[in-house]
Design a protein. Sequence first.
Lengths: 325, 348
Amino acid sequence: MRGFIILGLGLVLAVVFSLMIGDVWITPAKLWQGLLTGQGPGSLTLRVIRGPRVATALGAGAALGLAGAIFQTLFRNPLAAPDVMGFNAGAGLAVLLAISFGWALPMPVVAALGGLLAAVLVAALAHKPGHPASGMVLILVGLGFGFTASAIASFISVSLPVSEASEAQRWLTGSLAARNWGHAAEVWILATVLSIALAALLPAFKLIELGNDLATGLGLRVDAARWSIIAVGVLLATAAVAVSGPVPFVALMAAPLGIGLTRAREPGARFAAAALSGALVMVLADLAARAAIPGVQLPIGVMTGILGAPYLLWRLSREMERGEL
Amino acid sequence: MTSGRDQSRSPGSGASKAAGSWLAAMLLPLLVLAGLASLGAGVRTVSPVEIWQAVTAYDPANPLHVTVIDIRLPRLWAGLVAGGALGLAGSIMQALTRNPLADPGLLGVGSGAAFAVVFGSLLLGASDSGLLSMLAFPGAAIASAAVFALGGGLRGDVGPVRLTLAGAALHALLLSLVSAVVLVRSDALDILRFWVAGSLSEAGQRPLLPMTIVAVLAAGLALAMAPVLETLSLGSGLSRGLGTRLWQAQGGALLAVTLLMGAAVAIAGPIGFLGLMVPPLARRFSGHRLGIELVASAMIGAIILLVADTAGRLILPPGEVRAGVMTAVIGGPVFVLIARRMRQGASA
């Protein structure tokens, strides 16, 4: 329980600092005044400038954290995350395609279709009849798929007019610039609906964790349950991608961080911890991306790349010492 | 993971002389064609006859001649050297690690070189010049040492999965750092694009001559190491008998990879996937002889890079797709295909 309190406090602090810090400093007193009266610089920051951005980061981060926890538990592999396996890149590519061809579909739908298609493709490519696909092959194939998807995305971005260059940047590396309450509402609603779906699947998830044979013996239709859980995981990741672009490594880092802090055992608690830490990582990364270098706004994807890649390296060396790689 | 390499090598597939003439008969004409296309194709198409005139009787008043000599010839030169270096580096790396997914351009060596150059220009406040490009070499050296240490080191068999993943992580980290540094210096997206995914379009401003000399020297070093490295692919039992010579060959090979990648990045920016795609193609000519594989890799690397660059110029006018993006679009699926086959070695 102590871990959850630490995570929650950290999240509150991160949000407050995120609202305060930027090109213009806004003191907590001004923020409070703005919140109560709806007047002054605090109110403007909350309503228009930093408020929607932080809210979007919270929702997208929580969704990514949940998605990471789902895949890492299901595949029993700490490297299995939707960003490592190329699903985020697939969703980002779909959005970029929709923009450049002018498809009149809502972004979350496009991103979801792209992410699901990516997942099906990666699974199909890693599958070979008669050989059960090992988790590592799945991850390597996904990595290659991600390389391909982001290459095609940069390819397409050449044909976009220069005026859309910053928008293209979002779908290539991930960015939270220029987010409004519409984006925040979008990711929050989707993440809530999908969390409810995940909660409904939780009993099946617990059975699968006991092992496929046991789950089948207890009357679970394992394949159907697995695929439903995977679909929920992919959709959670793409809900985040639709508002923030394919931000790398948040899904990879969040669950181990949250679960490590809270020492949660029970699946429901682990998912809660992953969602909280995903939100925390995303808000902090966005803050760091804005504040690390004065006068320069880095895209958040660059910051999570700098934070997440060393984590992946550390993780690899730990897996190696345990002899699992 | 010896199986991946051995499968493609049918023992006794002809004498080396036969392979040599194959190379000449198949690859040289392709290389010449790719070179002609690189000089001739673009916004203005220049016929081979006009190219010949531009070379033999240069007329500064003729815009076509200026295009060919001042813009496209440096580009051809850059493509030959960078493409050759990248293909060669890929073959050496794959022989060294016995990993069909090992491409120094994807393992962070190329992005390490790029990061060193942009970071140096940030510290010194200078724009990237020829001298600054020399930083590509220490950058590539540190990155290749790091990826080896992270991927399991030279302590025997470097597991293909962990080397590939460690390299991918290092590559992602270095590219993020490159983006951050370039965005600090200016928000000119063009500069960022060059250092994130390379291109031959800057060839005129890059230090072509010194880098060519370095690349040629490194190629010679690699060829000298080839016979000893070849025994590596026969298994560690046999190669262990070689003792110190093996260590020397491995060190020499790493040095060659570093120099080749540094030179390629200084000329063309970081370009991935050539080191992945080229070696399997080269092995079709070379069988199990590494020396011939290296020569074929250099030629095929140059051909693919020139074709990628030329196609990138033509494919989405008026925009230009950078060569580094073109090779990634072709090379990504190749990565997936090779990864699919790595079933047996996956737990190594």
